[in-house]
Every structure is written in C-alpha cells, then in structure tokens.
Design a protein around this ligand. Structure first.
Ligand code: SAM
Ligand code: SF4
Length: 512
C-alpha cells in the first residue's frame, strides 16, 4: 500500500441491504486489513446515527459504501450520502471514497459522473480489486471505475474480517437463475454459482474452530443448490452434514424458494438437532394471478402446504416471510388474497416492501403501475394485520423456556432492569433480564447462552424476565463467549477501535 504518512490509514465500511452485502463487507474489511489499513474509531452514538441512514466518516481515511439497489430510492440515498461525504472530504486531504455493491454494478461510471469526488467504483463480481484500486486512484490522482460482467473471484476465497466472533455467515452460492419480474438481483449478481460441498464444509469447520457456534448458510435460492453439479438433493445433504460439525450448536439458512422447496429439506431440518426451528419462506404475494405476473412458479395453496408440512415435522418452527405490496396490476381483490394468506400463514414476522420499479426489470415497464397512495394504504393494512399476528404469536410464547444466544451491543436498560439481548432458537429477538445478584463476572458475554422463561410478548420482541422473580435464569459460558472475550481483550491490547469481531483470516482455498 502506498502511503505518505507513517500512521496506518484507517477505513470504515458502511453496508446497506441484505445479508449478502453484510457478508461481502466482511470480505472488504478483511482485504483492507490484510493490505495494512486499520478500522476507524467509531463510537456507539455514531453507529446509532449511521444506522438511521446518516453516513458518517468518523475520521476514516477510506470510506467504503457497500450499496443495495433493491430498496426504494436507493440511488437518491446513495447520492445524498455522497453529498455529506463530499463536505467531509474537502476538510480532510487524502481521504478516499469507494462505492461498491449492487448499485455500483448498476450505475457504473454514472457514480463518478454525478459525484466526481468519488475515488473508486467496483462491482459485485470483483470485490478483490478494492485495495489495488484505492492505491491506483491515489497514485494517478484520478477516479478508478472497474466493473466485471461475471464473477471473477468467489468472495469466499478472499480474506475476511468477521463481524461477529460467535455467529458466522457462510455462502453456499452467489447469483440467481430465477427471473422474478420485479427483481434486479440476477442482473447485478449474475447466474447462480454454487460452491462445492467440501469447500462449504471446510469453511464451516474453520469458523467453528475460531469460536463461532452459529452458522447461517447464505444463497439467493438455497434450494437450487447442487443443480449446477448434478445433485438436486445437495442442499438437504449439506444441511445434515454441516449440522454434524463438532462444536456447531446452531445452523440456519436463508433464503429458500417456495417453488423448489422439497420434503427432503424438511426432513433434514427435523432430524438434524442443530438446524434451528426457523424458516424464512418468501411469499411475495398471496394472489396467484400476481405470482404468475411476478414469474414466481408456486401458487398460494402450495405455499400454505409447505408451511403445514414444516409445522407437522417441526411444531415450534417460527416462519417469517417477504411480501411486496402494489406490484403492477395488483387489484384490491389480489391484495385481499395476500391478506388472506397472511392470516392463514401466521408468520412470526414479515419483511414488507412497497413495490419499487427497478429499471431494467420486466415489471418496471408494465403499464398498470399502482398509484403511490393506493400502495401506501394497502401497505398500512398489511402492517397492521401482521403486527397483530406477530403480537399474538409472541404472546403465545409466554411461559415457554428459551435459550438465547447473547448478541453484542444489545444490552438495554429498562428502568432498573439491565437486560441482555439475543436470539432464541427460533430466531425471535429476546431481551433477558439479569437478576440483581448477577455481577459483571457472572453476566453472560456476547456468544454465551442464557436460559430464561418468556414473560411478555411484544410485536417485535419477547421479554424473558423470569430471573427477576427467582425463576429460571441460567448462564452457559461457551467457546463463542471465550472467543468474543479474546477478541475484545486483543482489541484493547492493540488499542483497536473495532468491536470484538473476528480477526482477519485468509479466504478459503478455491476448488473450482
Ligand atoms: N432471493 C430471495 C427470494 O427469492 O425471496 C430474496 C432476494 S431480495 C434481495 C429480498 C426481498 O426484496 C425480496 O424477497 C422481495 O420481497 C424484495 N424486493 C426485491 N425486489 C423488489 C422490488 N423491486 N420492489 C419491492 N421489493 C422488492
Ligand atoms: Fe430475485 Fe427471485 Fe432470484 Fe430471489 S429468487 S433473488 S427474488 S430473482
């Protein structure tokens, strides 16, 4: 890395969008650290403001924006953020700004044309070029834009700085072969590329050896995993084999597709104790007519049938979903079908989206776009229904005992009650009260497990305050908690500013 000062240059990666982007950001941070950059100091308040959409540079020499183009107004938000960064950059000579991710892949040179103070633009297929482009932009004093049309390097082969010491994402595939008419992902992420099972299993073993006890397998459509290497049953087999990894306690995956979701996967989930009783199953619409127009090949009856079979095999499974409101041509009758399916499905929670035309997708050109006010009104009704169901389902948890994997930074004060926050086995968010007698030494660390009884169900979380009344409260210190502590102590010893995420490690060897 070329540098004119002896102080190492600091970086900040801001992530918008889905888990794929969060995972890619771990690779970006890993590569930057392998190239000699150090994480910029951020404080909790800054993190909070950044989560609220403010892009803070926080003294960073390099700011990387890892963008998403799925959400509404993505481009406006990007250029808004870049506008804020421009004024910071004016006061800080040598600062560099890089833009990557789906929106960069989409807008390409358009980013530097509108925001000439941007130094580097890279795409979804070539994360690996970031350090070299930063060097080249500095050396040539000119913006560098490099976008590839197809995947050059599987991201899993790159160095990684994991966000969390106790839970890890592991990609099983990138890209998508489906052609949902609303979705820009296949255009920007390309055709599906599957990793070979031995590579996936080796990465799981490696992250578990580093202290992770939870792994989430990632792919745009995990059910089609294996089709490329001639094994349609590969995902179920992978789940069962990965689930037997010694030391792994919790295995999750996202996302399956209702069209390709087969019973062998349900069987693997039900018979592999480490596969958690949770399923994210994107519905998108409850209207068969709209599903056809979306080019989603299942119908609402098949969707509900899947939920029924999952619940038969795994009675306590919490099922979540994605729903789009206001797809072109959606009538009140179609929307009523969505409300009906939502009522029957009894999702634990739902990610709800107002349809947003993505330029270049077939649906964006359909004539009968639904007016904004109609979409907003339907959206409000859907949220109201789902919140009522989520509340009822969460209230049904009261009295059950949950094992919560404690997350970082989740501690919240509620009057006199100190609580830690984490996820139950079924992925519900739980705030667990610490009894007064639990001192700092015995308190659960991020990565440890706490067992408590649920005492309250709210729309988006559970409270488990049994420990305050002398009821169930057990802490199990785990390898993951130890790993978190080691990482935190290491960060302190080295004066690091980052959280206690994993250390940088080399990417997995590539077999393909
Ligand atoms: N591969 C996953 C699947 O098949 O469901 C989801 C991928 S997408 C990144 C995440 C969610 O964003 C989708 O499930 C969909 O609900 C939502 N989404 C995608 N494109 C959208 C659009 N143009 N407008 C509104 N929501 C959209
Ligand atoms: Fe997009 Fe459909 Fe592929 Fe999901 S399955 S990424 S919604 S094209």
């Amino acid at each position: 890395m070329t540098t004119t000062t002896t102080r190492p240059r600091s970086y900040l990666v801001r992530t918008m969008g889905c888990q794929m982007n969060v995972h890619d950001s771990e690779r970006l941070a890993g590569m930057l650290e392998a190239a000699g950059y150090v994480p910029a100091a951020t404080d909790a308040l800054a993190e909070e403001r950044a989560r609220a959409g403010d892009t803070l540079a926080e003294g960073a020499d390099i700011v990387v924006l890892n963008t998403c183009s799925v959400r509404e107004n993505a481009a406006d938000r990007l250029f808004g953020n870049l506008g804020q960064l421009a004024s910071i950059k004016r006061g800080r000579p040598g600062m560099q700004i890089a833009v990557g991710g789906c929106l960069a892949q989409h807008l390409r040179d358009g980013i530097v044309e509108r925001a000439p103070w941007v130094d580097v633009v890279f795409g979804t297929h070539n994360l690996d070029v970031l350090p070299a482009l930063l060097d080249r932009a500095r050396h040539n004093a000119a913006a560098q834009v490099e976008i590839e049309e197809a995947l050059k390097v599987f991201p899993s082969t790159l160095p990684s700085k994991r966000e969390s010491a106790y839970a890890a994402w592991v990609s099983i595939s990138v890209g998508c072969n489906n052609t949902c008419t609303f979705c820009i992902v296949p255009t920007l992420r390309g055709k599906e590329r599957d990793r070979r099972p031995p590579d996936v299993l080796a990465e799981i073993e490696a992250v578990v050896a580093q202290g992770a006890i939870e792994v989430t397998l990632l792919g745009q459509n995990v059910n089609s995993y294996g089709v490329s290497f001639g094994d349609r049953g590969a995902f179920a087999k992978l789940l069962a084999t990965a689930g037997r990894t010694p030391g792994l306690e919790r295995l999750r995956f996202t996302s399956p597709h209702p069209a390709a979701f087969t019973d062998d996967v349900i069987a693997a989930m039900a018979t592999t104790p480490t596969v958690m009783p949770q399923l994210h199953m994107p519905l998108q619409s409850g209207s068969d007519r709209i599903l056809r127009a979306m080019r989603r090949s299942y119908r609402s009856q098949r969707f509900l049938g899947i939920l029924e079979r999952v619940r038969q095999a795994i009675p306590h499974a919490a099922i979540t979903t994605d729903i789009i409101v206001g797809f072109p041509g959606e009538t009140e009758e179609d929307f009523a079908d969505t409300l009906r399916v939502v009522s029957e499905a009894r999702f634990a929670s739902a990610f709800t989206f107002k349809y947003s035309p993505r330029p270049g997708t077939p649906a964006a050109d359909l004539p009968d776009q639904v007016p904004d006010d109609v979409v907003a009104e339907r959206y409000g009704r859907l949220i109201e229904l789902q919140e009522r169901i989520s509340t009822e389902e969460n209230q049904r948890q009261v009295g059950t005992t949950v094992d919560v994997l404690v997350a970082e930074g989740g501690g919240r004060k509620d009057g006199d009650t100190a609580r830690v926050t984490g996820r139950a086995a079924d992925n519900r968010l739980v705030h667990v009260a610490l009894p007064a007698h639990v001192g700092p030494e015995e308190a659960p660390r991020p990565g440890d497990m706490v067992r408590a009884e649920v005492t309250h169900g709210a729309p988006f979380h559970l409270l488990a305050d049994s420990g305050l009344r002398g009821g169930t409260f057990e802490v199990r210190r785990t390898r993951a908690g130890d790993a978190w502590q080691r990482a935190r102590d290491g960060a302190h010893d080295h004066g690091g500013a980052a959280g206690a995420g994993g250390t940088v490690r080399l990417g997995m060897p590539r077999v393909r």
